[in-house]
Design a protein around this ligand. Structure first.
Ligand SMILES: *Cc1c(COP(=O)(O)O)cnc(C)c1O
Length: 398
């Protein structure tokens, strides 16, 4: 099938929940993908921060092949070797003592919200409210769309769960004022992804940690987008000298396979016992084997170092565009999640770049987002810049 055949079939039979770009990607390797008509693209989206080690990393593919030949699924009724090994790997490299596995970011956040409630209810304490941030994104299930501080994901689905209170990101006073005797947790992305690549101010996350400690409230970091190497550290919180009580992962965790995780310290994780929470597919052998390989290659193949090196180069090169194009307001980011805020909508630029063989994506209406694989080179940044500037040359604020 070529692009148009796949598009026709999609438009006829697939639920119409995405405004999809008019191409079908059928193959990927490293930082490149190809569409069904054979056209090549330099990929600065990476399946939306999923394929962190690059598309079809050989070690991830090998782990999947080996596991696929042995055992695909067995149920959490039994012990699962690859799941146990993945949990050990994640705990050895993070603040956490235990991991619960699921299949997506939203499910990981559901688990985190449930654990926070259980932590208090198991102590006989009536704390259930969760404070989240405006412009946050936590998923599309009922709890997580209510946790998300953006009206656009909630509209039409009311009444929402009334468990969430929203405060502006980077506002410690607002957090202090929002905490009540019913507050169980503060849930935040360390860096907001979908909300526009918004970075925490210096010491904001430290301040948040202290406020939570003083109030006896749990701190949950949603690292679904920024975890697993995306910021140049294995986990984003490492950049800020702060540890959460609970952390959620998904996108980058499986290197392209669907898997989510909720990690917690023992003192919090112990609130979950047999029967507290469950999922059929979570931590299945195939996804776990892929994730173990994906995390290992990020750690062992110099991807964190490369991420930091190329990050500075990319931020410098994008920053220099501000001299030439007055509609560019700010370039901000950490590692290889970088946003370019503009006075122009991002979509026409994304479309123009796609026509010229470069995949980019927006973060909100006016921010262009750059999420290349962690193996991206400076030469590929130069290649990206050439295409981007050729498209920006045709843009103007009217
Ligand atoms: C993508 C995302 C989610 C939701 O993950 P799904 O796998 O789509 O359910 C949650 N939180 C953050 C920060 C995300 O970027």
């Amino acid at each position: 099938m070529d692009n148009s055949e796949i598009i026709t079939l999609t438009q006829t039979h697939v639920a119409n929940t995405y405004a999809r770009f008019p191409i079908a990607i059928v193959r990927g390797a490293g930082t490149r993908v190809w569409d069904a008509n054979g056209k090549e693209y330099l990929d600065f989206v990476s399946g939306l921060a999923v394929c962190n080690p690059g598309h079809c990393h050989p070690k991830v593919v090998e782990a999947i092949k080996n596991q696929a030949e042995r055992l695909l699924h067995v149920s959490n009724l039994y012990h699962i070797g690859p799941q146990a090994e993945l949990a050990a790997l994640l705990c050895a490299n993070s603040f956490a003592d235990r991991a619960f596995f699921c299949n997506s970011g939203a499910e990981a956040n559901e688990a985190a919200i449930k654990l926070a409630r259980k932590y208090f209810s198991s102590r006989g304490v009536d704390r259930f409210q969760v404070i989240t941030m405006k412009k946050s994104f936590h998923g599309r299930t009922f709890a997580t769309l209510a946790a998300t501080g953006q009206k656009k994901v909630q509209v039409g689905f009311e009444p929402l769960l009334e468990t969430f209170t929203y405060v502006p990101f980077n506002d410690l006073v607002a957090i202090k004022e929002a905490i009540t005797e019913k507050t169980a947790a503060v849930l935040t992305e360390p860096i907001q992804g979908e909300g526009g690549v918004n970075l925490p101010d210096d010491d904001y996350l430290k301040g948040l940690r202290k406020i939570c400690n003083d109030a006896g409230v749990l701190l949950i970091f949603d690292e679904v987008q920024v975890g697993v190497g995306r910021t140049g550290r294995l986990f984003a919180y490492e950049n800020y000298g702060v540890e959460p009580d609970i952390m959620t992962l998904a996108k980058g965790l499986g290197g392209g396979m669907a898997i989510g995780a909720m990690l917690a310290k023992e003192s919090v994780a112990e609130a979950f016992g047999p029967g507290s929470h469950a999922t059929t597919f979570g931590g299945n052998p195939l996804a776990s084997a892929a994730a173990k390989a994906a995390v290992e290659v990020v750690i062992e193949e110099g991807m964190l170092e490369n991420c930091r090196t190329v990050s500075s180069y990319l931020i410098d090169r994008l920053g220099s565009l501000r001299d030439k194009y007055s509609f560019i307001k700010e370039v901000r980011g950490k590692g290889l999640i970088i946003g370019m805020a503009m006075d122009l909508p991002a979509l026409p630029i994304v479309n123009g770049c796609m026509e010229r063989g470069l995949l980019l994506i927006g973060a909100g209406e006016f921010v262009l987002r750059f999420l290349p694989a962690l193996i991206v080179t400076k030469a590929e940044v130069d290649e990206m810049m050439e295409i981007l500037t050729s498209v920006l040359d045709g843009m103007s604020v009217d």
